[in-house]
Design a protein around this ligand. Structure first.
Ligand code: FAD
Length: 597
């Protein structure tokens, strides 16, 4: 019996040893193979404006380096994603990294490109996508004191911060996103102003009265006449203010979509980066008195004895309390808050599934915060849609139009359906009535003589055609075939349009803005759908940018400027008037907040 037990034990021992050896053998094999095949690999992903190419260097056990080799993302908007996402992947040795808010497409494009490169390196992609466990940081409360606190580092907020400092105030700006800019930095940046120099040089007749009338009537006379007067009178002096800080505008004036008149100024720098760079340069030069706190979301305006005395916020390290003499709310609109859109929308079909041109932070926080301290809200039902959304993203990127005068819109049958120089709401309502609410923008090579010229979103038509985001053909028939519309309809549509360009007479849709005929091949087409663009309603202010409460009284120490406010644009904002609005009223709000005691 003893012998039998002994034999059994020996047998178990041998079996165990065999399995342990087998186990030991599999380990060195795994190590020999490693996590990656060492080397350099190139991968490509899709960003917002086109492909992003990266080079990933790996050893057998480590992601060593990631270089972004090529991309077409927008400078100023995507910079943080291009810097931070590769760095986070290397730091975390995995693909489950945070997306940079406000640069989602660029972040995802980089992650896709790195994934493709790592696939070639034989990596276990699923394992690399597993989320690393994050260590919770210990939270603390930060308390600061200043003269003026500004909520939101978009155009209105930064204009008011600079203006407050010019008028002697120390300023803290709170920004919930990882970088300043908001909608302003991604905007087409067209700025309306009656300009004594540039318009005259182009033989354009204009006047402050005309700008006033078009703004007031373009908003169905729902805007506050006094606020509109301040806007149109100060639009040009505010351009001069921006120029005095080094911002440059091009000499040519254009008509922006829904702008109704050629009075739009284009900055030299792409998109809205010129505005933000100008203000941030000023803030950098006045660091001792000014600070922008990013990743810091304002949650509450602090009131004591009926007066505003500061702001509460949530920062990366915990609660933030800023005590101040005065507060400027400049947190932008609610174009990207579906719930809020649905709460107030009375003018459009259901907007739940309609995408937006706006940055992700446009969620109406400022309106909600101000409401809790009694601010009156006006015009909340006036939500602006554009007929110019990218069918995939809702953004304005990929929009091939250069100026209102020189392009037509056709539906899936190849027929025009609206005055393309009309108000934005008129054009979008007409688009909703077309099949699939879908249209093509059609124009010719006079808009892009070489193909390398950029649109308002810093993309050349050649790049858009290469990415299949626009179509190009030497004949209208070929263009029609490529985009799937009836060729004879498209040819006839363009012939009819050209006849009106010759006669300069209003056509059947009432269009009167013409410049060139569409007759110089190659021809181009780009697809567009309705998209939520701007919210005209918000906090009620007076001409001093003071916030008005529900009883019609001023809330002491509280100011507001920019898209967060209501009552200026009425039911429909003219294209190009928002950038004038945010700078004009931002500047006024800052000056008055600095003077408030
Ligand atoms: P924003 O620039 O949006 O800034 C608000 C800031 O507040 C954001 O940075 C946001 O993150 C921050 N914020 C929000 N909530 C909080 C919180 N709780 N705490 C802290 N910070 C917060 N208008 C024109 O006149 N011409 C154009 O060519 C034009 N093109 C456009 C193109 C696009 C794609 C878009 C989206 C808009 C365009 N507009 C244009 C409209 C115009 O850009 C905006 O109305 C304007 O920039 C709004 O400026 P703002 O400073 O009020 O808001």
């Amino acid at each position: 019996m003893k012998l039998k037990i002994k034999r059994t034990l020996i047998f178990i021992l041998i079996i165990t040893m065999v399995f342990s050896v087998a186990g030991c053998q599999s380990k060195p094999k795994e190590q020999e193979e490693g996590l990656f095949k060492a080397g350099k690999y190139v991968g490509e992903g899709q960003g917002l404006n086109g492909p992003i190419k990266v080079e990933v260097t790996v050893t057998s056990s480590e992601i060593k380096e990631i270089k972004v080799l090529e991309h077409k993302e927008t400078p100023g908007v995507s910079d943080l994603a291009i810097k931070n996402v590769p760095a986070s992947i290397v730091e975390g040795q995995g693909l489950a990294v945070d997306i940079v808010a406000g640069a989602t497409w660029s972040s995802n494009g980089i992650i896709e490109a790195v994934t493709k490169a790592l696939e070639q390196a034989g990596a276990d992609i699923n394992a690399l996508k597993t989320l690393p466990v994050k260590q919770e940081k210990e939270k603390k409360t930060t308390e600061k004191e200043t003269d003026v606190v500004v909520i939101g580092a978009g155009g209105a907020g930064l204009a008011s911060a600079v203006s407050a400092n010019e008028n002697g105030a120390r300023v803290i700006v709170l920004e919930k996103m990882p970088k300043p800019g908001g909608n302003t930095i991604i905007s087409g940046a067209s700025y309306n102003a009656v300009d004594p120099k540039r318009q005259a040089a182009q033989g354009i007749e204009d006047s402050i009265e005309k700008h006033y009338t078009q703004t007031y009537e373009g908003g169905d006379k729902k805007g506050n006449p006094e606020l509109i007067q301040v806007l149109v009178e100060n639009a040009y002096p505010t351009i001069e203010w921006l120029e005095s800080m080094g911002m440059e505008f091009k000499p040519e004036i254009h008509t922006v979509l829904g702008g109704m008149w050629p009075r739009a100024h284009a900055p030299v720098k792409p998109l809205g980066t010129g505005f933000i760079d100008t203000f941030m340069n000023y803030i950098d030069e006045h660091k001792d008195q000014m600070e922008v706190m990013v990743n810091t979301k304002a949650t509450e305006i602090i009131m004591e004895n009926g007066k505003v005395v500061g702001v509460k916020a949530e920062g990366p390290d915990g609660d933030v309390i800023i005590r101040a003499n005065a507060v400027v709310v400049a947190a932008g609109g609610f174009g990207n808050n579906v719930e809020m859109r649905n709460e107030f929308n009375t003018q459009w079909p259901d907007l739940t599934k309609i995408k937006s041109t706006n940055h992700p932070g446009a969620t109406g926080d400022g309106i909600a915060i101000a409401k809790t301290v009694g601010a009156n809200l006006i015009g909340m039902e006036y939500i602006q849609l554009l007929p110019m959304g990218d069918p995939n993203t809702g953004s304005l990127s990929g929009n091939i139009e250069q100026s209102v005068e020189n392009r037509i819109f056709v539906n899936m049958d190849g027929n025009r359906f609206v005055d393309e120089g009309a108000r934005r709401d008129v054009m979008t309502k007409a688009l909703f009535e077309q099949e699939d609410a879908f249209m093509w923008v059609v124009l010719d090579s006079q808009n892009y003589p070489t193909g390398d010229e950029k649109n308002h979103f810093n993309e050349s038509i050649n790049e858009l055609v290469a990415a299949k985001r626009a179509y190009k053909a030497d004949t209208l028939e070929d263009l029609a075939a490529q985009i799937g519309v009836d060729p004879s309809n498209l040819v006839k549509t363009v012939e009819d349009f050209n006849a009106h360009v010759d006669s300069k007479e209003a056509d059947e849709f009432g269009r009167t803005l013409y410049q060139w005929k569409i007759d110089k091949p190659p021809y181009y087409a780009g697809a567009r759908v309705p998209t939520v663009h701007h919210t005209m309603g918000g906090i009620e202010i007076n001409t001093e940018a003071e916030v008005i409460d529900t009883n019609g009284n001023i809330i002491p120490g509280l100011y507001a400027a920019g898209e967060v406010t209501g009552g200026i644009h009425g039911s429909n904002r003219l294209g190009g008037n928002a950038l004038a609005d945010i700078n004009v009223f931002g500047r006024i709000a800052g000056k008055n907040a600095a003077a408030y005691k």
